[in-house]
Design a protein around this ligand. Sequence first.
Ligand code: CTP
Ligand SMILES: C[C@](O)(CO)[C@H](O)COP(=O)(O)O
Length: 229
Amino acid sequence: MDALWCVIPAAGKGVRAGGDRPKQYQHVAGRPLLDHTLERLAMHPLVAGLMVVIAADDTHFAAVDHVNGKPLLTTVGGSERSHSVLAGIEALPASVAAAAFVLVHDAARPCVRADDITRLVTLAGQGEGGILGAPLRDTLKRADADGHSAGTEPRDGRWRAFTPQMFRREALARALRLAAGAGIVVSDEAMAIERAGGKPLLVEGAEDNIKVTTPADFALAEFLLGRTR
Ligand SMILES: Nc1ccn([C@@H]2O[C@H](COP(=O)(O)OP(=O)(O)OP(=O)(O)O)[C@@H](O)[C@H]2O)c(=O)n1
Ligand SMILES: C[C@](O)(CO)[C@H](O)COP(=O)(O)O
């Protein structure tokens, strides 16, 4: 499998995280969250380059053109994550063929494991792409307006979706444009592919591939990043 370019959506506001700057620029283990994510991706032998998607009014991004010897490009994102991902896909170098697989990985997921990326690329690359995720392991409740359980949802066959998500460049761009054209805001790349008739492979990854979303997640990310194994 040839090395793949990775699109990193990093144009969010981080509203749920709070803080004096978007969460991707808040420090974890002494460095901006985004730096951890970019370094982890750039260290992977199957990653060819990084396309970081930043907000039009971003004043925090530290402009660099390489990370760990891998080229780093930037482009401006949009109002929704899916818009940012499409912008990143469209801004990839012309050398990235239409049929080439690309990875999409949240800037807010700094703890992704290298062997999970390898397994995703290896397994999902045998078909038309796929995603990292994990089967639901907790009982799932449906909440009512008063914060009480209104019932228990079926758990069998339910997975949590993580990133990276890996699809062919043009197929993903087409699916994202289709969803946007229908006024649908997809919450991940796989949703766009599913709507377009695709069947993304589910590849089980480590549950510690957390998405830093709320203030409490920063301490967990700090612990996970500080692990020696
Ligand atoms: N318009 C957007 C919205 C989100 N993202 C990115 O998509 C990833 C996952 O999104 P999420 O965790 O929801 O980040 P935010 O949208 O920033 O968080 P919030 O919803 O709390 O504002 C993040 O790396 C975020 O920077 C993006 O590139 N463009
Ligand atoms: C893409 C994603 O991380 C998969 O779980 C998730 O859908 C992002 O959702 P968010 O609301 O944009 O954080």
